[in-house]
Design a protein around this ligand. Sequence first.
Ligand SMILES: [Ca+2]
Ligand SMILES: [Ca+2]
Ligand SMILES: [Ca+2]
Ligand SMILES: [Ca+2]
Length: 230
Amino acid sequence: MRNNSLKSWSVAWRILQTRARNHLVTFLRSENRWTYYPTRRIGAFEGLEHRMLMAADLDDTLSEAVILGAASTTPTIISDQISPDTDVDMFRLTVSAGQVVDFDIDTALNGAGGLGSYLRLFNSEGNQLAFNDDGAAPGENIVGFDAYLRYTFPIPGTYYLGVSNFNNATYNPFFGDGDIAGGSFSTGSYQLTMIALPIDANDSLSEATSLGAITPTLTHPALSLTQILT
Ligand SMILES: [Ca+2]
Ligand SMILES: [Ca+2]
Ligand SMILES: [Ca+2]
Ligand SMILES: [Ca+2]
């Protein structure tokens, strides 16, 4: 049993509560560890996030995101699944200025019977930059249920990509709440591919390769300038 005053818990950023044997049991998550606190002080925790333990999703917020690393022209491939229906998988990546990056979901069926995938891209402050439900990546000819997103990042830094089903498209990336349960094609396996397009480093005036000064050259070395001109 730990000191269960509200003050001692104020450092926590996520609290789950459920009932067991007529007691309220609070689960506290901090530093990736769960601790539970039997308590009856229901009123003291009103206003905090209440979720059933079975619904805990350990990678659905910006702070829990799975690290993809730096986007590059070498593909980064992740295999995962959305299960249960409220599952959100959050990924973290870094980009350089002007980088264009493709995020592509592939499933075995790309249609009915499989996952109806949905992508949301966030900046480091959790603001949504882009989203996609159904899209065909370059080289894919069929638009089914698989999501695809291309984004040009004008600002270098850290960004986040959320994978969910298409019914659950308004979850909160900070707190992991706001999930929408149910709907069709809400669970299933998927593969996520992240790949950056090659950067064209000499496509602007300021990046142009210098060819040097233009100087007149004799077209026939064997002739003198006088002979050429006459
Ligand atoms: Ca998952
Ligand atoms: Ca998850
Ligand atoms: Ca795809
Ligand atoms: Ca979709």
